[in-house]
Design a binder for this molecule. Structure first.
Ligand code: NDP
Length: 296
């Protein structure tokens, strides 16, 4: 029976540690500011943005929210981005994805000041990450590194199989684990929808990171004995509950936990870490922009 990796507990410890850095910045008259931009009224996006704003309030960050209608033109969004780039109270911000179809998300990302790009998606920040000189590590992969460290899961020399090659999870995760660093030095296999014999690749891994958005794609028969399983997936599956849905990961938890050495649940695994690392990146952005060194 696997150890259940408690993302809420690790995220809470990270948020406590951030308190000291926020205090140091506060002594210099700086309150880190995080802005969220939402275009339209997608319910899942609204939930994510509300959670991010609540997180800011809880840890003492200045949360700012910008709402644009679903039929906003690209130019309206670009104007909002220019304002945020120029606003000294905003140290970091993000435009919640997905954006309506009239807007090109890549162009949006390119217009964000890379120094305020706390998601780490701007091409300059992607390049720096690949080159081993990250300014901001993307929140989900960074959170996974912190989870592995908190549970003493060695990445050095480990075989890691990542299922998914997206720009926000799979690719940056692979790049981070490849770095010559104490939390990297892994041998990484990245799988995707064209991968043949996925099970062979996951079964041989010491660490499996599932980020494909296909509910319960990976079951216990695809996990090697004692492997660490990190389930990034979050899909809403309709049920009879009051909420009308339950959150389901990319791993079939019940069968996987019988073989794995350690495993993250959904919810309560990777999700809280992603949120904590956004706060971390915002504090780091404030420290850099205001030239106030903090211990992170
Ligand atoms: P994307 O849809 O952008 O990417 C999914 C990736 O999985 C693609 O590379 C795709 O391959 C691959 N894939 C799809 N089907 C298969 C398959 N059958 N076998 C192997 N690979 C497959 O997803 P994201 O990376 O944005 O998100 C993945 C999941 O993680 C989602 O459930 C999302 O909600 C969740 N998520 C959770 C976060 C958290 O904080 N917990 C944060 C971010 C995302 P191809 O490239 O060939 O299409």
């Amino acid at each position: 029976m696997a150890t259940i990796i408690d993302g809420n507990a690790v995220a809470s410890a990270i948020r406590d540690d951030l308190g000291a850095a926020i205090g140091t910045l506060g002594d210099e008259g700086v309150t880190p500011g995080l802005a969220t931009v939402l275009v339209g009224d997608d319910p899942a996006s609204e939930t994510y943005v509300n959670m991010k704003q609540r997180d800011c309030e809880e840890v003492g960050l200045n949360g700012i929210h910008v709402d644009l209608p679903g039929d906003a033109s690209p130019e309206e969004l670009y104007d909002a981005i220019e304002d945020l780039n120029a606003d000294p109270a905003v140290h970091g911000y993000l435009v919640q994805d997905p954006v309506p179809e009239q807007i090109d998300y890549r162009e949006v990302i390119r217009r964000i000041d890379p120094a305020k790009d706390v998601d780490g998606f701007h091409p300059e920040n992607v390049g720096r990450l690949v080159a081993g000189d990250a300014r901001f590590k993307p929140c989900t992969p960074h959170g996974i590194q912190k989870l592995l460290a908190a549970y003493d899961v060695e990445t050095e020399g480990a075989d890691v199989t990542i299922v998914g090659r997206s720009d926000i999870v799979g690719k940056p995760m692979a790049n981070l684990l490849l770095q010559k660093s104490h939390d990297g030095n892994a041998t990484v296999t990245v799988c995707h929808s064209r991968t043949e014999d996925l099970a062979a690749k996951t079964r041989r891994a010491d660490i499996v990171i599932a980020a494909c958005g296909v509910t319960e794609l990976i079951d216990g028969s695809m996990i090697g004995e004692g492997a660490t399983v990190i389930d990034v997936g979050i899909s809403r599956v309709e049920d009879d509950s009051e909420k009308g849905y339950e959150l389901v990961g990319d791993v079939e938890f019940e069968s996987a936990k019988e073989v794995a050495g350690a495993i993250t649940p959904v919810p309560g695994g990777v999700g809280p870490m992603t949120r904590a690392m956004l706060l971390y990146n915002t504090v780091s952005a404030a420290s850099l922009q205001e030239s106030v060194p903090v211990d992170l």
